[in-house]
Ligand binder design. Structure first.
Ligand code: ADP
Length: 947
């Protein structure tokens, strides 16, 4: 009966534990199941394997419990009933299980006591983990690195306790007894630190909180891109994006949950209280924030914050008055009906209970600066001064702030005030699948759209950016009707949506012979003018007068590209483009089609030097001494569209309303400036240091110019541009390279004259990106893809091509999602390519099976010099297989096997093999399952082993 209930409600149970995004629910349930004896220790460990997503762990738990039968299922339901908040329990049935009792016998040992009382221990120890660690350390049960491992700020205090309990369990009776003694001694009155103490909420705070919640719920219920269709609420369509810690964090690859973003995970600067969520245009920053705000308003997340004030930088731009902080909060977010002074005082007194969010820092008119200090919450100041002082903490220290921005628009001066940076990397391939299925209620259509995407990986690559995924889903009829093979670039995708909007909102009779661009020329130019004027002034919300001044008519608005701004505090109608990329596209159309846009207009659009300095006063007189402008990222998108629109492939379309000579002239200019930009970039490469390779560390403008060339889809241009590039190593680490950028890079780099080492570490390449890179693999002697979310599937494709590329000799794949499944492909690579030099697989999960497969392939390799399988779950069986390779190899020099689980037996095989080998200089074995005595013994026996 209970088993049936678990099976029937599987989806709901998964949803209940995963919807909040934090693992606390799942971990509390595991605590209960362990303490009730419904799970044994091994079961628990198998569910808790690091690196799996929350949903994956939850599903595994359900599978495991179901396979254990009725007793376990009944206890699982009981645990859910205890852990879930009432609101979440309403739709679940627990049968008769809700109040099972703990019938465990009296524990007979200290370790069993800890296990039986685990949930209680977590609560009791939460506020004194450090004390417990001290005692265990002093008595020699824990090492200092074990203590540090537990205290890592990525863990909540409950998680720290759980890790401590796990370790003590592992250490045995002695350690468990010490911990129990410690617990008996701690006073019962250990209080949480002051910060977490909730003050009694006065009635006026509750009232205001209610008002805030309902205003947020109303404002953020729908996504602007779905406005007008009335079809989807955010709940219906929200799909989780990939969130990772930014550069500088210890574990950048760690994927984060929604709530981790404001939590302690990955904190770099404890003094700061501003968290930045960054990513490129359309990757879902505003939507993510919207989701977080809605969950808070429904009390489903961020419980620590009593009050939350959401700001939009777009809207802050429109504020010209000087305001006090109080006015800023209440006027721009929510007006309290009474007790304003008391409420403001409450906020000042309890900063840790308040969260401010700022959406779209990149759209704020002024660039962040910290030269003007303003600390007084009651004194009026310009909005920019208030905003910047809030971010850097001079004003309202202690209030947590969450800011979203495009990565390239984050000024370096802001970075020192950030407590951490979180990168939003768009949808994973599963995310695309999930989004498309949510968008189309007809599963048949969803499947056809997905099939169509899979058959065109360039397009699939684009869809990792949610806004493109939305367009493709919206224009599914065009996608399925006309065949998708011609859709390669973002210009193609935006022309498709342009066609879609015009096509759907016009009666058939109105279409003329001259073509649809011609038919809608006036609308395009009106909207284009508005878009461009807006970009020039960092202006994204337009009043009715501004709209009319650009000639935009009611009819033009009716096309759907402009939507009414949903910000409730405006007195009269205001408009925004559906998305900022749409504004850029219309600006690009205007520049392309307007007969009066001249040489200078195009030249300024591609001025890279100026962009780098952040003083791009485009299309107008430059403002050399003025404040640095924030428009550069939008201009880059606009110029990318201009490159695409002026390419040969779209000339036919634009000829409907623009003479061929004009198009040719403009197109030549674009090619000239893009090429010049690239050459300037290459010239800036420093000379190589003696003895080192000539290396180019690409700047973001290199990636942008590459994307411009890709939009043109003109191989001749690509060939000419890289003809003079003479480097041996091309470094593009932390450059926000996703599948789209991979397509562009491969399009250009495939024409390189001599092979390079291509270093793409710490980007978001993924399997689809790997596939996009294949056309340039023949010019890569080495490929570095650390931290890139690549799975076995990506490796299969890489190897298939790699074996055909003579020069390809080295690959580094640290910290991806590889398992033993990929080793058969890599083994094939090693066997087939006799000249392969180096394989580095650090931080994956290839295990013994994978090590054995690779060893099998390496047995006869007479080229491999370097091999790393660090942190891969390799045990003695794997070591035994690798020992055979060592025995026979005359080329292998270094073998890295640190952080695995090799025991004495495994090391013995390695030692025996080394007796017969003279090429190996070192085998790294730090962090395996060896006692200090064994380490000493082996170090003496074989000097080439490094521990
Ligand atoms: P950004 O703020 O990064 O420019 P947005 O959040 O405005 O991007 O996203 C653009 C569009 O992409 C949204 O209007 C929505 O249609 C779609 N989108 C973005 N993120 C998501 C998501 N997580 N789930 C569903 N759709 C999304």
């Amino acid at each position: 009966m209970s088993a049936q209930l678990v099976l029937r409600q599987r989806a709901e149970l998964v949803q209940a534990l995963c919807c909040g995004g934090t693992p606390e629910g799942l971990e509390s349930i595991l605590d209960l199941l362990l303490s009730w004896g419904a799970l044994v220790w091994e079961d628990y460990l198998s569910v808790c394997v690091a690196g799996k997503t929350l949903c994956c762990r939850t599903r595994e738990l359900l599978d495991l419990v179901y396979s254990k039968g009725e007793f376990a299922c009944c206890h699982l339901l009981a645990a859910f009933s205890q852990v879930l908040p009432d609101a979440q329990k309403n739709n679940l049935s627990f049968g008769k299980c809700s109040d099972v009792q703990n019938f465990q016998e009296m524990p007979t040992s200290a370790t069993l006591t800890l296990l039986n009382d685990r949930p209680g221990m977590v609560t009791k120890l939460r506020h004194c983990v450090d004390g417990a660690l001290d005692v265990l350390f002093q008595q020699g049960f824990l090492t200092s690195s074990e203590c540090e491992g537990i205290q890592l700020p990525v863990y909540t205090s409950s998680q720290q306790v759980r890790r401590l309990l796990d370790l003590v369990q592992f250490k045995g009776e002695g350690a468990a007894k010490v911990l129990l003694q410690f617990l008996q001694k701690i006073p019962m009155t250990v209080l949480p630190p002051n910060k977490n103490e909730k003050p009694t909420k006065s009635a006026f705070v509750s009232e205001f909180q209610k008002k805030l919640c309902s205003s947020i719920s109303a404002q953020f219920h729908f996504l602007s891109t779905y406005s007008g269709t009335g079809k989807f609420s955010l709940d219906d369509i929200y799909t989780e994006g990939l969130l990772e810690l930014g550069q500088g964090g210890k574990n950048t690859q760690l994927s984060l949950n929604l709530e981790d973003v404001v939590g302690r995970v990955g904190t770099l600067n404890k003094e700061a209280d501003t968290v930045l969520v960054s990513g490129e245009a359309g990757c879902g920053k505003s939507t993510f924030l919207q989701r977080l705000l809605l969950l808070w308003a429904r009390k489903a997340a961020l419980h620590n914050y009593l009050l939350l004030f959401p700001f939009s930088c777009r809207k802050l731009n429109t504020e010209e008055r000087e305001l006090s902080l109080k006015e800023l909060l209440f006027l721009h977010c929510c007006w309290p009906d009474s007790d304003q002074d008391e409420l403001f005082q409450f906020i000042l007194d309890h900063p840790h209970l308040v969260l401010f969010t700022f959406d779209g820092l990149d759209e704020f008119k002024q660039t962040f600066s910290d030269d003007q200090r303003h600390c007084c919450p009651t004194q009026p100041a310009k909005v920019s001064v208030l905003f910047f002082n809030l971010l850097q903490g001079s004003l309202m220290k202690g209030v947590q702030k969450l800011v979203t921005s495009r990565t390239e628009a984050v000024p370096p001066t802001l970075r020192k005030y950030l407590c951490k940076e979180v990168l939003l990397k768009g949808f994973s391939t599963d995310g695309i699948d999930c989004f498309v299925r949510k968008h189309h209620s007809d599963p048949g259509i969803a499947s056809r759209v997905l099939e169509s995407l899979r058959s065109n990986t360039a397009l699939l690559g684009l869809c990792h950016i949610p806004v493109f995924c939305w367009i493709v889903s919206k224009c599914y009829k065009e996608l399925l009707g006309f065949g998708n093979s011609s859709l390669q670039t973002i210009t193609d995708v935006y022309l498709m949506v342009l066609h879609h909007f015009f096509h759907h909102r016009i009666s058939k009779g109105k279409r003329s012979e001259k073509g649809w661009v011609h038919d809608h020329f006036d609308t395009i130019m009106h909207l284009g003018k508005l878009a461009l004027q807006g970009l020039q002034k960092s202006h994204y919300i337009f009043s009715e007068t501004e709209v009319q001044n650009c000639g935009v008519t009611e009819d033009d608005i009716g096309r759907g590209f402009l939507i009414q701004s949903k910000n409730i505090s405006f007195d009269n109608k205001h408009y925004e483009f559906l998305h900022v990329t749409m504004q850029c596209f219309f600006a690009a159309l205007f520049i392309t089609l307007d007969s009066s846009s001249d040489k200078l207009t195009i030249q300024r659009l591609f001025e890279t030097e100026c962009t780098a300095k952040g003083c791009l006063g485009i299309l107008q007189a430059k403002k050399p001494d003025g404040p640095p402008s924030t428009e550069a990222p939008n201009l880059q998108i606009t110029s990318t569209f201009v490159s695409g629109l002026l390419s040969q492939r779209h000339q036919g379309l634009l000829l409907q309303c623009c003479p061929i000579q004009t198009l040719h002239r403009k197109s030549k200019l674009v090619v000239k400036y893009v090429s010049r930009g690239m050459q300037n970039h290459f010239k800036s490469i420093p000379r190589p240091v003696k003895g080192e390779k000539k290396s180019m560390h690409a700047m973001p403008s290199f990636v942008w110019l590459t994307k411009c060339i890709y939009e043109m889809q003109d191989s001749k241009v690509a060939k000419n541009v890289v003809a003079k590039l003479d480097v041996e190593h091309l470094k593009l680490t932390y450059c926000n390279i996703g599948p789209l950028e991979c397509s562009a890079l491969a399009f250009v780099l495939q024409h390189l004259k001599s092979p390079v080492g291509l270093q793409l570490d710490s980007n978001a390449v993924g399997d689809v990106g790997v596939e996009q890179l294949l056309p340039c693999l023949h010019v890569c002697h080495s490929l570095y893809l650390r931290n890139n979310n690549i799975s076995d599937e990506g490796i299969a494709k890489l190897v298939e091509k790699g074996v055909q590329c003579d020069t390809f000799k080295k690959i580094a794949l640290f910290n991806n999602k590889l398992t033993d499944g990929c080793t058969q492909h890599l083994a094939y690579l090693l066997k087939t390519k006799k000249n392969f030099l180096s394989l580095r697989l650090w931080g994956n999960k290839v295990g013994d099976k994978g090590a054995q497969a690779l060893a099998g392939a390496m047995e006869n390799s007479q080229a491999l010099v370097w091999m790393s399988l660090v942190d891969n779950g390799v045990g003695s069986a794997g070591a035994q297989a690798l020992a055979k390779v060592i025995q026979n190899s005359t080329t292998l020099e270094e073998l890295w096997l640190s952080k695995n689980c090799i025991t004495r037996d495994g090391v013995q095989y390695l030692v025996q093999a080394l007796e017969k080998n003279s090429s190996v200089t070192s085998i790294w074995l730090r962090g395996n399952n060896l006692s200090p005595e064994e380490v000493e013994e082996f170090s003496l026996k074989e000097r080439r082993l490094t521990f």
